[in-house]
Design a protein around this ligand. Sequence first.
Ligand code: ATP
Ligand code: MG
Length: 749
Amino acid sequence: ALPQTEVILEGLNAAQRAAVASPALVLQVLAPPGSGKTKTLTARVAYLLCRERLQPWNVIVATFTVKAAREMKERIGRLIGDGLEAKLVLGTFHSIARRYLVRYGHLIGIDRGFGIADSADSLGIIKRIIKRRKLNIDPGVARSRISNAKAQGMGHSEYLAQTSGKKNVDTQEFAIVYEEYEDALAKSNLLDYDNLLLRCVELLRQHPSCVSNVEAVLVDEFQDTNIVQFDLMRLFSAYRKRVTIVGDPDQSIYGFRSAEIKNLKRMQRQYPDTLVVILEENYRSSGAILLAALEVIQQDESRPAKALLPTHCVGTRPVMRKLPSAGIEALWIVSEIKRVIALTGHLFTLNDFAILVRSASLSRHIESALGKSGVPYRMVGGFRFFDRTEVKTVLDYLRVISQPDGNDALARIINVPPRRIGETTVKALLDEAETKKITLWSLLGKAAQESITLKTKIPKPAEQRLSAFVNLIISTRKKLLQSDTAQFSPVQLLEFLMKKLSFREYLEKSHPEDHEARWANVEELIAQASDFSGSASDEHEDEEALPVIEGLEQRKSSSPSDNLSRFLANVALSSEVKDSDAGPGDRITISTIHAAKGLEWPVVFVPAAYDGSIPHSRAEDTDEERRLLYVAMTRAKALLYMSCPTKNSQKEQTTLSKFLSHKSLTPHLERKGPSFNYGLIQSISRILNRDCPSEAGIAGSREEAQALEDNLWPLTGEEKEIGENKGRSWEPDDQVSLPQERALKRRRH
Ligand code: ATP
Ligand code: MG
């Protein structure tokens, strides 16, 4: 039985309830961080299913990340049970678009089993075009220009037309690259991220009946949608105008990827009876954290004033700490984590801590400090497990088998494991394919099967290996296409390939120092693939299914090759990464700020808070950088630490982020870490809604903390050198002493 409305509305405040149960067809919930937008959206989905009796497969819910999708699904599951949540069309815009294209893509000429080009693939293709055309433009810049044009719905001709006012060589060159890039994708039967959305828009424009079943569309983090996503949202809701979006303009942080804050106004224009609901109470953070975060966001003077009322007690002020180097900053974070756990009588576990960095490259010191002290961690966002060499190679094999016409993957693995096919040969082969206007795969396949001689000279031993390689791909593909699902799952395919390639032995030989870790990564990949195995009755199949629509020709997906392409799509579309040893256990989280959007932790660290890092030196929009810091700070529930090494990775002097050194903020920050007296521990327990440890229990763990503190500063190697050689400069900028100094003082007393 479905739960009663009361159960769904339980634990919501009046404004949230009004939004959840609103009879309005079009609803915008605009509210600051931690005010329960996602909670409200989730409850509204449950409400639509239980109260309005919508069928879950007729409800589309778009989230910003794969992780957010999973969490929302769990939350809805907990609210309504019955497994209905698995039947929702719920995921990121990209994954929803992909589902429609898999099912209906043939209606607009998209070949069955298209692959997804991730950003590395796109870059590779663009690099080749630039090289061949001998153009003098930066591939990365070209890629983001193309992507931005696409995100605004501009094709290459429109791009040229749009920019024709300033028709310089530059735009023309970009237009050429753009056009050839699209050709290359099409030839390889690949869609890049932007095309997934664009082609889905095209599909729904031409065949709107694909979504004739859709009753409601709900979107989280709406402030970060771009125009194409906005169009998709409108097309999804073309039959029934039932739309709920939640968002916060202050948290718009994807402008650099063409997200359009204007979409909020655009929506109000397009749906004139949009009801706007505002939430003002924050249920996440302590009063002191909110106050500091507000001081940051209010530095943007163009921003309209808004209420953000804490529901929790003030708690302790956020800490701002300067440290001599990034290495020492990392050690400080690790020691502070241990100190917090010990001093609060184990009120916290490692899962409660997150370290949020502006860019992935900043995590190096932190990872190594955590590694040295044996603190387990998981990494989220921006750190791509799937980008590790050995993982990428194995995935490339899968991609070639699934989609052999993708030149890039094929060219990458043609000599891995080594087959004595050098780079020059690969290049010559690519050129030959190019002149013959066929893909590399057709060229090799023809040579192997129809014994056409290649123009490219390949030495005898290499030739044999090459044809063995081509035959392996051909036979594996055959096997895949012919077998039924139960027989050849992605896992079995992987195991088969690893054996055929003697991949483990290859790793042993080529990476004697760390082959074990590399093989562990491969095993992790196999473990992830196992989620995708099995027959059509498998729950994942269900999860991905769209309802059948009468009168429309649609594909059923249940063959092993579909399982494989689903697995590969999942890899390409997930920005989240599991570290090879990251299970569900107790571990801290390292994430980019961008990927931390919508999430929350009891304790948050924001390291490297200096000018050049945040605001980032290459960022164009300072206001967006400020919002990024605001997002980072508002992830914290009870404790917030920000820090800044006085030297950056190039050993240059840094200055504290201008957002944090702003005079309005200074009075709200603390230099010293909190002392954790019992009063504070009680108020933290209240904020976290946890049982407060007894005073006696805390006294016990304080001794432990003391002992910890005495050896807590594990000065080794480089750090030790800094300490010894540089004498005073080792001290931070103020009177706050490092743990080891305190220990020294105690001993003196
Ligand atoms: P963000 O802008 O960061 O995405 P949000 O507005 O989506 O934040 P939620 O993540 O939905 O906020 O909620 C923040 C926290 O507050 C969650 O832990 C949620 O459970 C809690 N919360 C929300 N509303 C209430 C309420 N009415 N009573 C108690 N707790 C609430
Ligand atoms: Mg949210």
